[in-house]
Design a protein around this ligand. Structure first.
Ligand code: F0G
Length: 458
């Protein structure tokens, strides 16, 4: 008999979780204005809201916490972190920040100005927010294949090089840099190929532009390159990372994902002028240059986390769990962004709730239904998250409308995956009864999905 695949770790510490009743959940949903961000986590049985800062640290990371150096300046933990980042990325200059959006804020304060265009592949919402709040424009150049959820292509996160080149040809003078998000979260945790990264570099060089990687899930991206690009089948994850980053000039990082820590981020670059420019904003926004918003102990744990998560076994365990959940959904016929991505399953809500009009936010409606069914909290990555067009103030219905089910790193077992899948199947089986969605009763101008207040339409 073939020995089955199993996790490359065992569990040393546990945290109890609690089931609730449907009546309780109905009451809590109402109190939360039907926005799952407003639910207390105690009201959640299985939390798939995000994979950001929600993973379990290893014994080595907890041990590193104890050796963290809390010196205000010149902390040893900073240099441990910097050395690790140098080794994995090849970038010489490092600025720690408290999380990914802080890295964006610090670096974009230096680089993005009113009227600029920043082309990229499905900018994440905080990235878009930091561009648009500076009265600049995030230009989406994702490949069209990403829109068709049923199309099986290996690198659906790619930049469309023709769109990118057209944007550069027209607006080169307004473009401070190109940003490539690896993996492409908004398109479904979809990877970007090495070939595509090389293509972006070539175009950038032609127009004398620099490239930033939004690197939140860079290690997962490297895993997919190894598995799907034959040239890299024998390469180590660390070798693949070095080559990926060789095509960039700098990176912003949310260490809460592939850094395997609960809080943290950084900027890294090969350019002294970017480092000097960002430094000016790090000190007032984040803190002194050798801690920039992080505790010494957290930098120490991050140094270990980056090393652990650029090893094949760790990534294989993680991505196989996401694939396991996807295989259950295949069994039940539930449509999602195919092939499944690295950190989450993105359910195609438009297809599931095909009677709910766009204006009533199908993915948000499905998110609510799944929570109501079994206390499983997902997250809308769809029309609410897309915000309104900054000029017309119309809702942006041009992209996909997903219910994202994120899988936290090293946190849940496959039994939990079975619960998520069964809950979703129950909702799927009664999808024809769901004809109305929700309406917005209160929203903010930017990044509205975190705090939006909704009412069900019955
Ligand atoms: N870039 C990407 C691709 C992200 O997915 C995130 C966060 C950020 C930047 C911002 O990083 O949260 O540390 O400030 N994504 C989380 C998510 C919130 O749920 O996908 P942050």
């Amino acid at each position: 008999m073939e020995i089955p695949f199993a996790e490359s770790w065992k569990i040393k510490m546990i945290e109890p979780i609690r089931k609730s009743t449907r009546e309780e959940r109905e009451k809590w949903l109402k109190e939360a204005h039907y926005n799952v961000f407003m639910l207390k986590s105690d009201y959640v049985y299985i939390d798939c809201l995000t994979d950001s800062g929600t993973g379990a640290m290893s014994d080595r990371q907890w041990a590193a916490m104890m050796t963290g150096d809390e010196s205000y300046a010149g902390a040893r933990s900073f240099f441990e972190l910097k050395d690790t980042i140098n080794r994995i990325t090849g970038f010489e200059y490092v600025i720690p920040t408290h999380q990914g959006r802080a890295a964006e804020n610090v670096l974009f304060s230096h680089l993005v100005h009113e009227g600029d265009h920043v082309p990229g592949n499905s900018h994440f919402d905080t990235t878009k927010g930091h561009i648009e709040s500076r009265k600049a424009f995030a230009i989406d150049c994702t490949v069209d294949e990403a829109k068709d959820t049923q199309l099986e292509v290996p690198f659906k996160g790619n930049v469309d090089l023709n769109k990118l080149e057209a944007e550069l040809a027209e607006h080169a003078d307004k473009i401070p840099f190109i940003i490539v998000t690896i993996t492409n979260n908004t398109a479904g945790g979809q990877p970007v190929s090495m070939e595509n990264l090389r293509g972006v570099r070539k175009i950038a060089d032609k127009y004398n532009k620099r490239v930033i990687f939004d690197s939140a899930r860079f290690a997962e991206n490297a895993y997919f390159i190894k598995m799907r690009e034959p040239e890299f089948k024998d390469a180590t994850i660390k070798e693949i990372c070095r080559e990926m980053f060789s095509y960039a000039d700098g990176m912003t990082m949310s260490a809460k994902k592939d850094g395997l820590v609960n809080m943290g981020g950084f900027i890294a670059t090969r350019w002294e002028d970017w480092y000097e420019g960002a430094k000016k904003y790090c000190i007032p926004f984040e803190g002194f240059l050798t801690y920039g918003g992080m505790n010494g102990r957290d930098m120490a744990a991050l140094a270990v986390g980056l090393d652990e998560n650029t090893e094949f076994d760790m990534l294989q365990t993680r991505i196989k769990q996401v694939e396991y959940l996807a295989s259950k959904l295949d069994e039940y016929g539930i449509p999602y962004q195919r092939p499944v991505g690295g950190h989450a399953v993105f359910i195609d809500a438009d297809r599931v709730l095909d009677q709910v009009p766009k204006e009533e936010f199908p993915a948000q409606t499905l998110t609510i239904e799944l929570y109501r069914e079994a206390g499983v909290r997902g997250c809308e990555i769809g029309y609410i998250l897309a915000d309104r067009d900054p000029i017309t103030r119309e809702n942006r219905f041009g992209g996909n409308d997903f219910l994202r089910l994120c899988i936290c790193r090293r946190t849940y077992t496959n039994n939990h995956m079975d619960v998520i899948a069964a809950a979703l199947k129950n909702v799927y089986d009664r999808r024809h009864e769901i004809k109305r969605g929700v309406k917005i009763v209160w929203e903010t101008e930017l990044m509205r999905h975190f705090t939006v207040q909704l009412e069900p339409l019955q």
